[in-house]
Design a protein around this ligand. Structure first.
Ligand SMILES: Cc1cc2nc3c(=O)[nH]c(=O)nc-3n(C[C@H](O)[C@H](O)[C@H](O)COP(=O)(O)O)c2cc1C
Length: 726
C-alpha cells in the first residue's frame, strides 16, 4: 500500500495507522489523515500491517485508529504488526509520541482490547502518549467519542509540533500563519482540559486531559476505611416520593422516517440482585444512617461534621452563596489550593420516586441485598450488603441526561406501542434532533419513567446501566496554619437550583443537600450551632494541578478569581497571614538571622475579584479589606459588572487587568510573579487569557503569536496556573 501524502508545506510530520475489520477504523483514520493535510501537516496513512514502510526509530508522531474484533482480538490487517511488536525488545521508541483512538463495543467482553494492548505495549517500548486515549463505543454511537477526540487532538498535536520546532529554533520563534492557528488551538485546548477540573456543583474529574472523551471508569480503587459506624445524613429533603416531570418534545419528524438506523445495542444483562438473608431486616434508627461501606473514593474516605455555615449573600443577590466549615476528629494534611470531594447522596424524594416508578415496594426498598454477576461495573462490585435505598442514593447517577443506549433499553421495556416507537426513534440516527431536545431538558430517570409510564425495567437492569455516582469537588478556603486549621476545611459555593424555560425545576445534588442539612441558613447570616448530628463522607482530592502557593514566600502572586472563583485565594490569603504572624514572632524575638522588614520576606499578593453589585455579591468582602489593611494583600482590584460609575473599577476582571497591564508586566518580568486563575472556564478564563496576551504584547514587546506561545510555556512550567470549571 502506497503512502498517501501531498506536497503540503512542512509543518511537522504525522503518521496515521489503522487496523480495521469492517472498515470503520479505516475510514476514520483516513479522515484524520485528510484533515491533517488540510491543516498543513505532512501526513502519511498506512494500514498497520504496512508498518515496515516507515522508519520507527525516526517517527516522532504517530496516530493509531484500531478496532477490536472476535473475542478481544486485533483485526486481521494488523496481525503481522502484532507479531513484530511482540518481538521488539528494549525501549527503542523513546522518540515516538503517539495517540490512540480505539473502536469497540461495550456489548463485548473485552471492550477496545486492541487499543488498550497497543497503548501498554508502546509505552513499554519507550514511546509516550501526547494525547489521552479515546475509546469509542459502537453500542452508543462511535461519533459521540470520535468527533470530539479528533477535534481536540489537533491542539495536542500542535503542542508537540511546536515544542519540537521551537526547541530547535530561536527563543522568540518566528511564527507562521499555521502556528498562529495552532496556538489558538492550544489555548482552547487548555480551557477544555481545565473545564472538567473543578466545579461548584457539577461532578468533576481530574482524570487525564480529555477526560470527556475517554470513556473509561474504574480510576477509583481505594476502598473505604474507618468510617463505618458513623451516621450520615442521607437525602433529607423529604421521604415523600417525587412524581417526576413530563418532558415535552416534538415528535412530528418521526412520521418522515420508516426505517431507523444506527440503533445502539442494548447493554448485556449481567447483574443479579440477591437477598443477603431472607430473614434479615435492614438496619433501623441510627444504624440505618451509616455511611455505606461500598462507596469508593480515590483517597481515604473520612467523615466530617458541619461546624458552621455562613450565607455570604443577601436575599437581593442573584445567587445564594454559602461558606461551609467542616470539622474533623483527626488531623488533615493539606495545602491551600487543594480541593476535597464530598460524596453526596441523591435527593431522597427523587430516589423514592424512582423506586416507586420501578414498582419496588416500601418493604423491598429496605431489605439488605447483594449485587452479583460477572463483568458488572466496578462501582457495583463492592456492594455486598446494602439496601436498595442506599444503592440508589449513593451508587448511581439519577440526574445526568440519558445516553442513547439507555433510551434503547427503556424502549425494549415499554409495553405501550406508541411509547416504544418514540423511544426507539430517539435512540436512532434519524431521531437525533428529538433526542437532543429531550436531553436539553436534563431529564432525570424519574422524568423518563414519568414521561413513558409503560416502561417497566427490572431494577437490576436500571442499576447496571446508569452511570456511577460522582463526588462533587470544592476548593479549600482556609489554611492549616490557622487556629485548628488542621481539623477543619471550609469551602464556598453557589447553591445550584434553577428553573428551565419549560417551568421545570432543576437542582444540583450536593449544594442543595448541604443547604438543607444546615436548615437553609438565613441570607447574610452565620450559624454555628444546632446542625443535625450527622457525618458527611468526604476525601482529599489528589492534587494534580499544583494550584498551590509557591514554596518561596518572596515570589509574588497574581490571583484572578471572580465570584466563587475567589475561594482558593481566600485560603491563600489566610495562609499568608499566618505565615506573616509566624515570621513576625520570630523576627521580634530575634530568631531571624537578620531583622528584615516583614514585607521583604513576602512577595506581593494581588487579587482581582469580580462581582455584580458590591452590596450583594462581593463575597468575603470584610476578609479582603482586612487583609488589605494588614498588608497581607498588597493590591485589591474589584470589578463590578452591574453598577454604573464605580470609581477605579471596570466591569470585568479582564478590564482591570488591562488597566494595570504595565504594572502586571513589571511584576511578571522583574519579579517572576505567578498567575493564578480560578472560576468559569468559558467566558472569564478566555477573556483573562486574551488580556494576558495583550499585556505581553503591549508591555513585553512580544509578537502576538509569540505571546501565546510564551503563555503556553508558562502554563507548562506551572507559572500560569488555572483551576477552572464548566
Ligand atoms: C464479530 C465482531 C466481534 C467484535 N468483538 C469485539 C470485542 O471483543 N471487543 C470490542 O470492544 N468490540 C468488538 N467488536 C466491535 C467492533 O470493534 C466495533 O464495531 C468497531 O466499530 C468495528 O470497527 P472496524 O470496522 O474498524 O473493524 C466486534 C465486532 C464484531 C463484528
Amino acid at each position: 500500500m502506497a503512502p498517501e501524502s501531498d506536497s503540503a508545506p512542512y509543518a511537522g510530520h504525522l503518521t496515521v495507522f489503522f487496523a480495521s475489520q469492517t472498515g470503520n477504523a479505516e475510514s476514520i483514520s483516513r479522515n484524520i489523515h485528510e484533515q491533517a493535510l488540510e491543516k498543513g501537516f505532512k501526513s502519511l496513512h498506512f494500514v498497520l500491517n504496512d508498518f515496515a514502510k516507515v522508519d520507527w526509530d525516526k517517527e516522532e508522531c504517530l496516530v493509531f485508529v484500531v478496532s477490536t474484533t472476535g473475542d478481544g482480538d486485533p483485526p486481521d490487517n494488523s496481525t503481522k504488526f502484532w507479531r513484530h511488536l511482540r518481538k521488539l525488545k528494549g525501549v527503542g521508541l523513546t522518540k515516538a509520541k503517539f495517540a490512540i483512538l480505539g473502536l469497540g463495543d461495550t456489548n463485548y467482553d473485552n471492550f477496545c482490547q486492541t487499543a488498550k494492548r497497543l497503548d501498554t505495549r508502546l509505552q513499554e517500548l519507550g514511546a509516550s502518549p501526547f494525547y489521552a486515549r479515546g475509546l469509542a463505543d459502537d453500542a452508543t454511537g462511535l461519533e459521540e467519542t470520535v468527533d470530539p477526540w479528533i477535534k481536540d487532538m489537533w491542539p495536542a498535536l500542535a503542542q508537540i509540533v511546536i515544542s519540537t520546532s521551537s526547541a530547535q529554533g530561536s527563543p522568540q520563534p518566528q511564527t507562521t500563519k499555521l502556528e498562529e492557528e495552532i496556538v489558538k488551538d492550544i489555548i482552547e485546548q487548555q480551557e477544555h482540559d481545565h473545564s472538567s477540573h473543578i466545579t461548584s456543583e457539577k461532578t468533576a474529574t481530574t482524570a487525564p486531559a480529555m477526560d470527556s472523551v475517554v470513556k473509561e471508569t474504574g480510576a477509583v480503587d481505594t476502598l473505604v476505611e474507618g468510617v463505618k459506624g458513623l451516621s450520615v445524613a442521607a437525602g433529607l429533603t423529604s421521604a415523600v416520593p417525587a412524581a417526576g416531570y413530563h418532558i415535552d418534545v416534538d415528535f412530528s419528524t418521526m412520521a418522515n422516517h420508516t426505517t431507523l438506523t444506527a440503533l445502539p445495542r442494548v447493554p448485556n444483562a449481567n447483574l443479579k440482585i440477591t437477598n443477603v438473608e431472607t430473614t434479615t431486616t435492614a438496619p433501623t434508627g441510627k444504624q440505618a444512617k451509616l455511611i455505606p461501606s461500598f462507596i469508593q473514593t480515590p483517597t481515604r474516605l473520612m467523615s466530617a461534621k458541619i461546624n458552621s455555615v455562613q450565607c455570604l449573600t443577601p436575599e437581593t443577590a442573584l445567587k445564594r452563596t454559602l461558606s461551609v466549615e467542616f470539622g474533623f476528629d483527626d488531623d488533615l494534611d493539606y495545602s491551600p489550593g487543594d480541593s476535597f470531594g464530598i460524596w453526596a447522596p441523591n435527593d431522597d424524594s427523587l430516589v423514592r420516586g424512582v423506586l416507586a416508578a420501578l414498582s419496588v415496594t416500601d418493604e423491598d426498598i429496605n431489605k439488605l441485598v447483594k449485587l452479583e454477576g460477572e463483568d458488572i461495573p466496578t462501582h457495583l462490585q463492592p456492594v455486598h450488603s446494602a439496601t436498595l435505598l442506599d444503592i440508589f442514593r449513593y451508587s448511581v447517577d439519577l440526574t445526568t441526561a440519558p445516553k442513547k443506549a439507555n433510551i434503547r433499553l427503556y424502549a425494549d421495556h415499554a409495553t405501550d406501542a406508541a411509547e416504544k416507537q418514540k423511544l426507539m426513534f430517539m435512540a436512532s440516527k434519524q431521531g437525533v434532533d428529538v433526542f437532543n431536545a429531550f436531553r436539553a431538558q436534563s431529564p432525570t430517570l424519574l422524568d423518563i419513567l414519568h414521561t413513558f409510564p409503560s416502561v417497566k425495567v427490572p431494577v437490576a437492569r436500571v442499576i447496571e446501566t446508569l452511570p456511577p455516582m460522582q463526588p462533587r469537588y470544592y476548593s479549600i478556603t482556609n489554611s492549616p496554619l490557622a487556629k485548628h486549621g488542621h481539623r477543619r476545611w471550609s469551602c464556598a459555593f453557589n447553591v445550584v437550583a434553577y428553573e428551565l424555560p419549560e417551568g421545570i425545576k432543576r437542582r444540583g445534588v450536593c449544594t442543595p443537600w448541604l443547604d438543607e442539612l444546615s436548615s437553609k441558613v438565613p441570607f447574610g447570616k452565620t450559624v454555628t450551632t444546632g446542625f443535625a448530628d450527622v457525618r458527611l463522607p468526604v476525601f482529599v482530592k489528589p492534587n494534580e494541578t499544583k494550584f498551590n502557593l509557591p514554596s518561596d514566600t518572596t515570589t509574588p502572586v497574581i490571583m484572578i478569581g471572580p465570584g466563587t472563583g475567589v475561594a482558593p485565594f481566600i485560603g491563600f490569603l489566610e495562609h499568608r497571614a499566618e505565615q506573616r504572624k509566624i515570621k513576625k514572632r520570630l523576627v521580634n524575638i530575634g530568631v531571624g538571622s537578620r531583622r528584615q522588614h516583614l514585607d521583604d520576606l513576602f512577595g506581593d499578593m494581588w487579587l482581582f475579584f469580580g462581582c455584580r453589585h458590591r452590596e450583594r455579591d462581593w463575597l468575603f468582602r470584610s476578609q479582603m479589606e482586612e487583609y488589605k489593611q494588614e498588608g497581607v494583600l498588597t493590591e485589591l482590584h474589584v470589578a463590578v459588572s452591574r453598577e454604573e460609575d464605580v470609581p477605579n473599577s471596570g466591569k470585568y476582571v479582564q478590564d482591570l487587568l488591562r488597566k494595570e497591564g504595565k504594572r502586571i508586566w513589571n511584576l511578571l518580568d522583574k519579579k517572576g510573579a505567578l498567575i493564578y486563575v480560578c472560576g468559569d472556564a468559558k467566558g472569564m478564563a478566555k477573556s483573562v487569557n486574551d488580556e494576558l496576551i495583550n499585556v505581553l504584547v503591549e508591555y513585553g514587546g512580544f509578537e502576538k503569536t509569540a505571546a501565546l506561545l510564551e503563555l503556553n510555556k508558562w502554563a507548562q512550567e506551572k507559572r500560569y496556573l488555572r483551576d477552572l470549571w464548566a
